[in-house]
Every structure is written in C-alpha cells, then in structure tokens.
Design a protein. Structure first.
Lengths: 158, 191
C-alpha cells in the first residue's frame, strides 16, 4: 500500500480545501480535538485508576468501566473525525514528521488494545479476574494513551 | 490605565534572564507546555465525569456526592499543577501573553468558572440526604453542571486560540480591539 499516495490525495481533497482556506474553521476543529482528547483522558484515568484501586473504591469497578467506556467511545469518534480534518491541512508535512507517526502507531495500538483486549476482558465479573491482570491492563492502557497525547502535543513542537 | 500597568509589569518580567532562558529553551518550554496540557487532561477529565453525573448522563446508579467527593482530590491535583505550569508559560512569554485577547478572555472565563464551581460545590454538599441518589439531579444542579462544562470548555478553547496571532498588536485592528488586547503603544498612535 502506498501510504504517501494517500497523504497526497488527502492534501488535495475537498477536506484540505476547507481546512487550508478557513483558518477559523481549522481553529474551532482544533478546539474540539483538544476537548475530545481531554474527555478521553478523563475516562481512561477514571476507569484505569479504579482498576488499580486508587479512585472510587466504594463503587463497583464494573459500574465505573461501563460508564467510562461509553464516553470514551464518544470522545474517540470526535477525536478521529477532527484529527482527519486537521491532518488534511498539513498532510505532506505530517508524512515526514516522526512524532505524527509515533502518535499514529500508539493510537492504532490503543484502539486495538481497548476494543480487542480491555473491553472483552472487563465484560467478565472483575472478581473472577486475577487482580494483577487488571492492574496490568490499567497500566498498559494509561501508558498507551499518555503516549498518544504526549506525541500529539510534540507534533506542534517539531 | 490598567492596560499600562499590566504592560509595564509584563515588560519588567520580560527583562528577567530566567524568562528569556525558559522561552528560548526548546526542551524546557516544550515540557512545561506538555505538562500544562496533560494535567489539564487530569483536571478537565475529572470535571467532565462529575458534571456528567450532575447532568444525569453518566454514573446514574452511583450517589452524586460519592462521585464528586472521590474525584475532587485528583481534580485539584491536576488543577494545581496546571496553574503552576500555566504561570511558568506566562512568565516565559509575558508581553505577548498580556497583550493577547484570548488570554484576557481566558482569565475572565477562568474567574467565572471558579465562581460557578464554588456555588456548585456548596449545592452539592447539601445534596446528601436529599437528591443524592436520584439518577437525574434537580434542574438547578443540571444548570450548574451545564454552565461548568460550557465555561471550562471556553477556558480551554481560549487557551488553545492563544497560539493564533489574528488579534496580536502588530495586526491592523480598530481602536476597540487594541484596547481589548491592551496594545498601549498602538492605542497611542490613534490619539
């Protein structure tokens, strides 16, 4: 698959014609991207710190996970949609940016991890799962999303 | 008058060697800014969970006071680090920040959000024994939670928009905009 061809296509797409021509629209979308990232971060922290027994210890972890997962998915959809729009404005530049690829790799892993490992595992009664498995899942999840957020911020610095 | 005092103070900060050093240090400045954003995730993330409960949109089976009490500490830790890192960012770029319309807007919204949070907190404390376990809190609480989310979102938005130079002093703008941004020298040219 020619990845560069996709970036070239994105750079000349109708999305790019909007994001490049209207700075105000780009800035507003950027704000929504940030708000979605902060919401996603909050849901990850609340769920994972509960699995680690740090937060909300008097609330069943199944309840915390159920509610945070729902809002996590909402935030992820906004994050992806706004991210694609923002990428279209500087598609070729991003192709050559190492932090962008670090973010994409960690994001892909994060999505894979949440929907194929974390979520299916946490559907079971948490008392039947080895506590160390729960802790490992929580630490892996927080680390992954921390890398996504940090590498995303560093795209702007590089 | 206030604009002149603020600008003079910013210019004084700008003469500090540490301010210049922080601004010119690629890694230090970037790490302070990253810390600001990441602790914002801790603060705003916890705030969203509390406000969603108060709106009756999440954690409806959990008493509202439990959510608010348990998440208050991490939220305040995030808030404290966010404020310290934010002050460092202002210290690194004092003049441009002082003359930023977005920063001024952010500070006004920050105070408004803080007042709303204080009022909201007192009402939440009074919840125990009344509507605490109701899945959907009373309308006044939902209004407070909605206002909290809206105000803090606007604080985040104005902070993000500070990166843009649309209304910086070097731009050609009407007198009123110069006054809003505190562009003292540009205002003097009008007179």
């Amino acid at each position: 698959m020619d990845v560069f061809a996709f970036f070239q296509w994105l750079d000349t797409s109708w999305l790019a014609s909007i994001s490049k021509a209207y700075g105000g629209v780009f800035a507003v979308v950027q704000v929504f991207h940030l708000l979605a990232m902060l919401t996603l971060g909050g849901m990850v922290l609340t769920g994972d710190l509960r699995l680690l027994g740090v937060l909300l210890k008097d609330v069943p972890s199944e309840v915390v996970i159920e509610h945070t997962q729902k809002w996590f998915s909402v935030a992820l959809v906004v994050l992806l949609a706004s991210g694609i729009f923002m990428s279209s404005a500087v598609a070729i530049k991003l192709y050559y940016n190492s932090f962008f690829w670090a973010k994409m790799a960690s994001l892909a892993f994060g999505i894979f991890f949440v929907y194929t490992i974390r979520r299916p595992l946490l559907r079971y009664d948490h008392s039947t799962i080895n506590p160390w498995t729960l802790r490992l899942v929580a630490v892996a999840s927080m680390t992954t999303w921390f890398v996504v957020a940090a590498s995303g911020r560093w795209i702007g610095f590089s | 008058m206030l604009n002149e005092i603020l600008l003079r103070f910013a210019e004084w900060l700008d003469t500090h060697a540490w301010s210049t050093a922080l601004h010119e240090s690629y890694y230090m400045y970037s790490w302070v800014e990253s810390t600001h954003v990441l602790t914002l995730a801790l603060f705003f993330g916890m705030l969203v969970v509390i406000d969603l409960r108060m709106l009756g949109w999440a954690f409806t089976s959990v008493p509202a006071s439990t959510i608010s009490r348990r998440l208050e500490t991490p939220m305040m830790i995030g808030f404290a680090i966010m404020v310290v890192s934010g002050l460092l960012l202002v210290y690194a770029v004092p003049v441009r920040t002082t003359n930023s319309i977005w920063f001024r807007m952010k500070m006004v919204l920050f105070v408004a959000a803080g007042i709303n949070a204080l009022l909201f907190r007192n009402k939440m404390k009074a919840a125990v024994g009344s509507w605490d376990k109701d899945p959907i809190p009373p309308k006044r609480m939902r209004n407070g939670a909605g206002a909290s989310l809206a105000l803090w979102s606007c604080v985040v938005a104005s902070g993000r928009l500070m990166a843009y130079d649309w209304y910086d002093c070097h731009q050609s703008m009407p007198y009123f905009m110069y006054w809003l941004a505190g562009c003292v020298h540009e205002m003097a040219e009008f007179e």
